[in-house]
Design a protein around this ligand. Structure first.
Ligand SMILES: [Zn+2]
Ligand SMILES: [Zn+2]
Length: 340
C-alpha cells in the first residue's frame, strides 16, 4: 500500500501455496475487492477479512473441480495406462517420448523424425496417428493397425525409420549437389526430387519402393519434346550400366552423360526462371512439365492443359494416345499424351 492508509494503488502478492487459484476469475475478483476498498475507505483489517473469505470460496471450488476430475477418469484405466507408459519407456532408450499434460497425446521422436499419436477409447485401435513425418507408402499404411500399446508403436515406428534411412540419404545427396526445383523445401515425407537440367529440361526422380534397396527409382523427364527424346535415348543406352553399389546421384550422372549437375542460379536469376515457368494456358504457377520445342518460344505448359487445348482443334491427329498439333504461341509442331 504505497499510500497507506488509503488503498490507492494497492496490490496483493500471493505465495506459492495458492498458486492453484491463478485462474482468470480469481485475480479479477481481488482487483474488484481493492477497488471497493478504495471507494468505501475500508480499514486494512476489514479488507483482509473479505480477502480471506474470497480465498476460502475459491479454494473450495478448486477442490470440487479436482475431485470430479478424478471421479470421472476411471482409475483402472489410468493405472493400466501408466503401466503401458512405463513399459514403453524401458526399451528402445534411443527414442524420445514426449506428451501433453493429459497424457493422451504422445509424440515419438527418433533420428529427426517424429510421429504423434492420440489415445482413443477403443480396445482395437487404442492409438491413432494425428501427425507424422513419414511418407505415405502402401506398405506403411494403417500404422495404427495391431498397435495394441505404446511399446508396439515404438518398435513399428523405429522399423519404418530404419527402412527409409537409406532412401533419405540418397535424396539428401541430391539436395546437396543439384538444383532441386520441386519440392521447394524438401522434408522427410517427400520421396521425389525434380532436378533442373537446363532451361528446357528437368528430371524427376521418385523412390517408390524403399523396401527394395536395389530397385531403380522412377525417372521422368519434363521439357521440350526434342530435349526429352535426346535424354531418353541416353538413358536407354546407359541403363544397363546402373550400379547398385553407387548412389542414385552417381548413377544419374552416368545415365545422363553428365559430369556435374547445373548449380543453382543466384536468387535474381532463379526468380526470373521461375517466373517464366508459368503455364502458357492456365497461367497457374504449379510447375509445368512440357516446353515448346522452338528455342525462341520455349513456352511452358502442363501436359493436361496442352492436351485439352490441342483437342479443341478437330483437325489435330491422334496416334497411339498422342495428339499432334501446333504450339498456341508460335505455331511450331507440338505433341502430347492424351491419356492423362
Ligand atoms: Zn496449365
Ligand atoms: Zn511455341
Amino acid at each position: 500500500m504505497p499510500d497507506y492508509p488509503s488503498f490507492d494503488c494497492a496490490h496483493v502478492q500471493f505465495g506459492r501455496k495458492i498458486a492453484s487459484l491463478r485462474n482468470r476469475e480469481f485475480p479479477k475478483k481481488v482487483k474488484e475487492l481493492i477497488k471497493a476498498a478504495v471507494k468505501t475507505e475500508q480499514t486494512v483489517s476489514s479488507f483482509l477479512t473479505k480477502l480471506q473469505s474470497l480465498i476460502g470460496e475459491y479454494m473450495h471450488n478448486t477442490d470440487k473441480i479436482l475431485n470430479t476430475k478424478i471421479l470421472i477418469s476411471n482409475l483402472d484405466t489410468t493405472r493400466y495406462f501408466l503401466q503401458e507408459l512405463e513399459a514403453a519407456l524401458q526399451h528402445l532408450p534411443d527414442m524420445l517420448i514426449s506428451s501433453n499434460q493429459d497424457l493422451n497425446i504422445i509424440k515419438l521422436h527418433y533420428r529427426d523424425v517424429s510421429v504423434t499419436l492420440q489415445r482413443c477409447n477403443s480396445t482395437e485401435l487404442p492409438w491413432k496417428v494425428i501427425a507424422s513425418d513419414l511418407p505415405n507408402f502402401p506398405i506403411f499404411e494403417g500404422f495404427e493397425k495391431n498397435v495394441t500399446n505404446l511399446s508396439v508403436a515404438k518398435t513399428k515406428f523405429k522399423w519404418q525409420v530404419e527402412v527409409l534411412r537409406k532412401a533419405w540419404e540418397e535424396l539428401e545427396e541430391i539436395d546437396e549437389n543439384c538444383w532441386v526445383i520441386d519440392p521447394l523445401k524438401p522434408n522427410k515425407s517427400h520421396m521425389y526430387r525434380r532436378i533442373h537440367l537446363s532451361q528446357s529440361l528437368s528430371v524427376t526422380i521418385t523412390i517408390d519402393d524403399p523396401l527394395n534397396s536395389i530397385a531403380l527409382p522412377v525417372i521422368k523427364f519434363s521439357g521440350s519434346d526434342n530435349e526429352v527424346k535426346r535424354q531418353m535415348d541416353d538413358v536407354s543406352n546407359n541403363i544397363h550400366k546402373w550400379d547398385h553399389d553407387c548412389s542414385i546421384l552417381e548413377n544419374l550422372k552416368m545415365l545422363l552423360n553428365m559430369y556435374e549437375f547445373p548449380e543453382q542460379e543466384s536468387m535474381e536469376e532463379k526468380k526470373d526462371i521461375i517466373n517464366n515457368r508459368e503455364c502458357g494456358i492456365c497461367f497457374s504457377d504449379e510447375l509445368p512439365d512440357k516446353i515448346c520445342n522452338n528455342e525462341k518460344c520455349m513456352k511452358h505448359f502442363h501436359s493436361a492443359c496442352l492436351s485439352k487445348w490441342l483437342q479443341t482443334n478437330t483437325g489435330n491427329q491422334v496416334v497411339f494416345g498422342h495428339i499432334y498439333g501446333t504450339c498456341p504461341y508460335c505455331k511450331e509442331k507440338i505433341s502430347c499424351s492424351i491419356e492423362l
